[in-house]
Design a protein around this ligand. Structure first.
Ligand code: NAG
Length: 646
């Protein structure tokens, strides 16, 4: 009867088997079968962690910690024999889900107006203080019924169209004191699928604060009214009775479209407008860059080859050779140095290898999501798929890193084999682990359990590392990528560069464009990460990812062209940093988001926020840097192939 405990392996297997979702089920995972209940069947209600949320009168984020539902100060009633954890996918746990059983008794189609959850609970002043400050921070409760999140009914601002927003308030701040919600009206939409076959197609919860509720006996209570709210006293103990009511409403919505009302696009107009806006600018820029480049390059190449011809014709003639050489300027001059290996070739090849791995992972994940496999109806599928792809693409990382290292004439092969699968994951894991220590310190539930961490390490060590080594070995066995021109013995002197070609200005200038392609979507992603909202606009994300790749490539190639024209042949690291510079803008936008939408009460929240933003920016740096490097590599190979050098 249960459906929410699909294990990650089955999710993956099913998603591989069902590669052709129909448009009607575009947002549903094809492998999820509906559950039918008979009238009177019990429908389990699972409870998830409490998360910080934005309320309508206070849209600021006030905390980043989530709390376990059964965290003792909340005093929520437990089922008999204690709560049990529901099996979840790895990704779901990593993203903070802690789903457990509850004492709620819901019977399909049977209304109840007032039931008690457990005997009266006593809140000490300490507990009251804790809960009150969570109410001030706008925490939400998250429940799941038949895989659907319990939602609040909100209205769109301009059209008044109602939509379901997952999560509902722990309490409200209306007057001087925060009101604590102790009664829940659970309104469940159900659909008649056949004779005595019913399915859950929507869940709303209206929470109330009722001081006058009285506990009578197991399951029985006398509910008060919401005229008198519960205030948790911070001076003395407060008694609270938890009650609930259940209302079943027949609904025509079929099971297949039950998620539609949850997948609400906030401000779709702004979304579209800014996306089209940035797309137009980006396409215009790319067009400009490529026409300039193609035209000038053609002219350059024609001129170089003509000069070559002239020099040959005039050989032994009237001394035009001197003139020809004098006119020979720009990027051709550095042909004897442009393929000279850069400084620290080992580090660069390891970074590019890891970047290629991230690139493949991100691209394939977004494509998968676009096909509808990673809809919010499969909790944690997104994170699980990210982990699986990252692990599998260890192969690509090793291969690229080894081939590039060979191209750079690297000697320390063992180090290259070793660093490629270890360097970045160890850094990321170390940061992740440190940040987790803070969450542990706070006693919040968002901390990733030690066993999950161990599983991650094992997956990485047993699958990813060997794959990377195999990839490295195959890359190592491949013939070296041929440089079209020979490298001189003695390095050429580089004339001092000025203006925008200096490293910092060129990075600042070039980095802004790829960032421009993604900043709209970035804002929505940040919102969904920090406010635990569903993110499902993968169509937008897909376009943005494409635009970002194109801009990173175009702008870096342009920069490298100018650099080579200025007779500076250190293009390898420069191209990586030029494209990677957009990561600094990403970090800056995270800071801006902090100023605008965030107001933390504790410094640990700030540390966590900054830490995760820095981690994401680091990964983004490596990803875009790799795109820039590859584009420049191809570009340099191509232009030097097209000129004749003797
Ligand atoms: C249960 O409550 C809902 C909402 O108030 C109502 O529409 C429905 O008719 C009730 N069902 C029964 C069986 O009384």
């Amino acid at each position: 009867m249960r459906r929410s405990d699909i294990s990650s392996s089955r999710v993956l297997l099913a998603s591989l088997l069902a590669l052709a979702p129909s448009p009607a089920s575009a947002f549903y995972f094809p492998g999820v079968a509906p559950t039918s209940y008979k009238e009177g069947d019990s429908v389990p209600l699972y409870v998830n962690h409490l998360t910080p949320a934005d309320s309508q009168n206070d849209p600021k984020l006030r905390s980043v910690f989530s709390f376990d539902y059964y965290h003792p100060p909340f005093h929520y009633c437990q089922p008999e024999g204690g709560p049990q954890y529901i099996r979840e996918s790895l990704g779901s746990i990593l993203f903070g889900d802690r789903i457990q059983t509850s004492p709620f008794e819901l019977k399909m189609g049977v209304n109840e107006s007032c039931k008690a959850l457990c005997a009266e609970q006593t809140f000490t002043p300490r507990d009251a203080m804790f809960v009150n400050s969570r109410i001030y921070q706008g925490y939400d409760l998250n429940w799941l019924i038949d895989g659907l999140p319990a939602a609040q009914l909100l209205k769109e601002q301009d059209s008044d169209k109602p939509f379901y927003s997952p999560g509902f308030a722990l309490g409200y701040v209306r007057g001087e004191q925060p009101e604590f919600n102790n009664h829940y009206d659970i309104v469940i939409d159900y659909h008649k699928a056949g004779e005595n076959q019913f399915r859950v197609v929507g869940v709303l919860v209206n929470p109330f604060s009722m001081r006058d509720s009285r506990y009578i006996g197991p399951g029985q209570a006398e509910c008060g009214t919401s005229d008198n709210a519960v205030f948790l006293d911070e001076q003395e103990n407060t008694q609270v009775t938890f009650t609930y009511g259940v209302y079943w409403r027949l609904n025509p919505t079929p099971f297949a479209t039950r998620w539609d009302k949850y997948l609400h696009v906030y401000d779709p107009k702004i979304h579209w407008f800014s996306l089209v806006n940035s797309a137009v600018i980006v396409i215009f820029l790319i067009g400009m860059v490529s026409t300039i480049l193609v035209r000038t390059l053609k002219k350059d190449i024609a001129r170089y080859n003509r000069l070559d011809q002239l020099a040959l014709d005039d050989f032994g003639g009237n001394g035009a050779v001197e003139d020809g050489v004098a006119e020979d300027s720009g990027w051709k001059l550095v042909h004897g140095d442009v393929f000279r290996p850069p400084k620290n070739p080992l580090i660069l090849s390891v970074l590019v290898g890891n970047g290629a791995q991230l690139f493949m992972m991100a691209g394939l994940t977004i494509a998968f999501a676009l096909l509808g496999f990673l809809s919010p109806s499969n909790r944690g599928a997104l994170a699980t798929v990210i982990i699986v792809f990252y692990t599998l693409f260890g192969f690509i990382g090793g291969y690229i890193s080894a081939r590039l290292y060979k191209f750079f004439h690297g000697e320390s092969w063992k180090l290259n084999f070793f660093y490629t699968p270890f360097a970045l994951p160890v850094v990321v894991f170390a940061i992740f682990f440190l940040l987790n220590l803070f969450v542990w310190g706070r006693g919040a539930s968002g901390a990733v359990p030690f066993t999950t961490m161990l599983i991650l390490v094992i997956i990485w060590f047993v699958i990813s590392v060997p794959l990377s080594l195999v990839g490295s070995w195959i890359g190592f066995k491949q013939p070296v990528v041929d440089a079209p021109v020979r490298t001189n013995q003695i390095p050429r002197q580089i004339p001092p560069a000025g203006g925008y070609l200096r490293p910092l200005p060129s990075m600042a200038l070039a980095g802004v464009l790829p960032f421009g392609a993604i900043f709209v979507e970035l804002y929505f992603i940040m919102n969904s990460i920090w406010f635990s909202k569903v993110y499902y606009m993968f169509g937008f994300l897909f376009i943005c990812y494409g635009l970002m790749i194109m801009t990173s490539a175009a702008v870096t190639v342009l920069m490298i062209y100018f650099l080579l024209c200025a007779e500076d042949y250190h293009w390898q690291w420069r191209s990586f940093f030029t494209a990677g510079a957009s990561a600094f803008y990403v970090f800056a936008s995270a800071l801006l988001y902090w100023v605008k939408d965030v107001s933390f009460g504790s410094w640990t929240s700030g540390v966590l926020y900054l830490g995760y933003s820095a981690l994401l920016s680091l990964l983004f740096f490596i990803l875009t840097g790799t795109i820039g490097f590859f584009a420049s590599w191809l570009f340099v190979l191509k232009i030097y192939k097209s000129i004749k050098v003797d």
